[in-house]
Ligand binder design. Sequence first.
Ligand code: AQP
Length: 334
Amino acid sequence: TPRVFSGIQPSGNLTLGNYLGALKRFVEMQESDIETLYCVVDMHAITVWQDPADLRHNTREVTAAYIACGLDPAKSILFNQSQVPAHAQLAWIFNCTARIGWMNRMTQFKDKAGKNAEKSSLGLLAYPALMAADILIYQATHVPVGEDQKQHLELARDIAAKFNHDFDTDFFPSPDPLIDGEATRVMSLRDGTKKMSKSDPSDQSRITLRDDADTIAKKIRKAKTDPEPLPETLKELEGRPEARNLVNIYAALSGRTAESVIAEFSGQQFGQFKPALAELAVDHLAPITQEMNRLMADPAEIDRVLGNGADRAAAIAEPILDKTYDIVGMVRSR
Ligand code: AQP
């Protein structure tokens, strides 16, 4: 049976990249009949240092964003990772399935560890094994993610395949990444070759779900572009990553193709296009931000949603963990 799983790290302010690459698509998946689980992956967040008070706040804020974007806790299972211990338990098994060489090849590890790989946490290296466990502890078949997670998804498939091979079973499905839409990789507003990220040191590089209307408009007005007007075809945007990024964002927010956006604005300068984009972004994001703020006024209610979600998630995960332990040969006497 098909089952959708995905997650977001509570590691800072959610960006327009997280919204278009993940949140918006989570909501679309919920509208299908498929069972959907959406996790706030707090255990992933601590692979780099998180202040405890910030971690608590951000965990609740990602949950508020889930709900404000349209996820319904009665339809989707919304929970935080650390409240379902089976994620960590399966991750240990997968740490013993995956090879160190596989982890060393991950571009996200290389980017985040930088030159000082020896000083990064062991958890940062093992991150993709925990991610494989997040997905496979539910035997999830479909994982909506942004382009940057593609390599980790391939690794999850490799782990499932090696486990199945080692133990001569077909227990774990091979999860399919769902990477689609016009904004699978939203780029920084300051540098069209870098992805928009929560952890970029420059606040001007991203639009966040905490920004008010004026801030959004200002960031878009100041976004890096080039002096050329918008061309007639997408092909002519090659070599103009900043321009391409703004067109993609416009397309994704309006639910249109990048082709139709370029056709409409062709010949116009960014002085005309940017205000139209800013208006669209504000129309889209302001109600979400407002609803998030309303929900954040009642943290106890958010915690209740997470607790309920964790109970429902654990009810699916525990029998799968039991079966995994049996396959591996762990004695179960209780
Ligand atoms: N720029 C992006 N464009 C499209 N999708 C994106 N995602 C992240 N950035 C973009 C998608 O959002 C989901 C959650 O991401 P995450 O919280 O696991 O962290 P990340 O991918 O490492 O994203 P960030 O924002 O850059 O966080 P930090 O700075 O903490 O590492 C994923 O589906 C991701 O693809």
